[in-house]
Design a protein around this ligand. Structure first.
Ligand code: AQP
Length: 391
């Protein structure tokens, strides 16, 4: 079966080995499988659930896109854009927020972890983050969502929301419940400083993670300083769960070398940590640097990829009558044409008006050399003709 893939990454800082092993490596593999249709989104609306400096955020959107490209995501094969340029994500999130139940959201462990002890001070956005994520996925009628293990619970929530919507409105299969695609092994990479915490962009210590843009010597230094314990490297996997840091390092090694944990243990049994760490640091250097710099420096390329992808993203939502958002609202408020029960009429003031207008514009200008683009400050979206003029 051809898969329709959707996934996103927050532009909250440098992407790290956890993002790479848990998600991006998988994005590239899926993109390269014949017949798959992939949408990879830089989810900037998710990023603002925590306070962001707008200038740094803008820069991070660029850097995340450059890292996507340098990691092997190909803009000719996959759709790449940033979420805030497609208003349907926020619109869908509101509608689906009216379907999701408080009790469901109260169970989300990521909110508990990120909000910490003082959850009264966390943003409402952080609390409803999984609803926005549900909208992201359902908008594109995605069949599969590649994510790290930490997002599994959110994916289950997306399925619950889709199923409740279909049930509430007696619309079987109207929204598709997506399947998570989670690596079987090493799907949760932990911090280099604490094997019980996941590797994360927002960890204040840069020594806790290997950034995909780190130089070789930086990686060597971080791996050398990575926490281990006083026991030797194990000769079997028994008791590894009592040694989370060692288990994590061996897991990273296994994942990057494409071998089982058992084989990695055999490879290093009886050897000392310095030898193991040296080999791990070699593998941990994913050679993105040249490609990354090339993409990061060429902001014109990034803009044009985003702009051409945006059109594809809209097309993908509108493709084959699958425009979920334009049907969500009529479905929700149950506007039916009695003579034709299969047809759902339009809401009087459809909140998806912008989207429809854009779609019409794109269709009517289909033969003209133009595309969706932003103005110079990337704050406004519209149609440009081939001379770079707003039309
Ligand atoms: N440590 C991890 N191990 C495996 N997979 C991971 N992912 C993130 N961290 C790990 C996966 O990477 C994808 C993108 O994640 P994200 O950036 O959207 O959000 P996140 O999960 O919250 O990642 P971070 O690094 O922890 O970001 P911050 O610090 O900003 O919250 C997802 O598929 C995720 O599962």
């Amino acid at each position: 079966m051809n898969k329709k893939i959707f996934s996103g990454v927050q532009p909250t800082g440098n992407l790290h080995l956890g993002n790479y092993i848990g998600a991006i490596k998988n994005f590239v593999d899926l993109q390269n499988q014949e017949g798959n249709e992939c949408v990879y989104c830089v989810v900037d609306l998710h990023a603002i659930t925590a306070k962001q400096d707008p200038i740094i955020l803008k820069n991070n959107i660029r850097e995340t896109t450059a890292t996507f490209l340098a990691s092997g995501i190909d803009s000719k094969k996959s759709i790449i854009f940033n979420q805030s340029l497609v208003p349907a994500h926020s619109e869908g999130s509101w509608i689906l927020g009216c379907i999701a139940r408080m009790g469901w959201l109260n169970r989300m462990t990521q909110f508990k972890e990120k909000a910490g002890k003082d959850k009264e001070k966390a943003s409402v956005g952080l609390y409803i983050y999984p609803v926005l994520m549900t909208a992201d996925i359902l908008l594109y009628d995605a069949t599969h969502v590649p994510v790290g293990e930490d997002q599994k619970q959110h994916l289950e929530l997306s399925r619950d929301i889709a199923q409740k919507f279909n049930l509430d409105f007696n619309a079987p299969n109207f929204l598709r419940a997506p399947e998570p695609l989670i690596q079987k092994n090493f799907s949760r990479i932990m911090s280099l400083k604490d094997g019980t915490n996941k590797m994360s962009k927002s960890d204040p210590s840069d020594l806790s993670r290997v950034n995909l843009t780190d130089h070789k010597d930086q990686i060597m230094n971080k791996i050398k300083k990575a926490k281990t314990d006083n026991d030797p490297l194990p000769d079997d996997d028994k008791n590894l769960s009592q040694r989370p840091e060692v288990e994590n390092l061996l897991g990273i090694y296994s994942s990057l070398s494409g071998q089982s944990l058992k084989n990695s243990i055999n490879e290093f049994s009886g050897k000392n940590f310095s030898e193991f760490k040296e080999k791990l640091a070699d593998l941990g250097y994913i050679d993105l640097e040249d490609d990354y710099c090339k993409h990061a420096e060429n902001s014109f390329d990034l803009e044009s990829i985003r702009n051409s992808s945006l059109k594809l993203a809209y097309d993908s939502m509108f493709g084959a009558g699958k425009n979920v958002i334009s049907r969500l609202l009529p479905e929700t408020i149950q506007i039916h044409d009695d003579d034709n029960p299969g047809f759902h009429g339009q809401a009087p003031e459809p909140i998806h008006r912008n989207l429809l207008e854009f779609s019409e514009l794109i269709k009517t200008n289909g033969n003209i050399d133009c595309g969706l683009a932003t103005d110079g400050d990337a704050d406004r979206i519209g149609l440009y003709n081939s001379r770079g003029e707003f039309i």
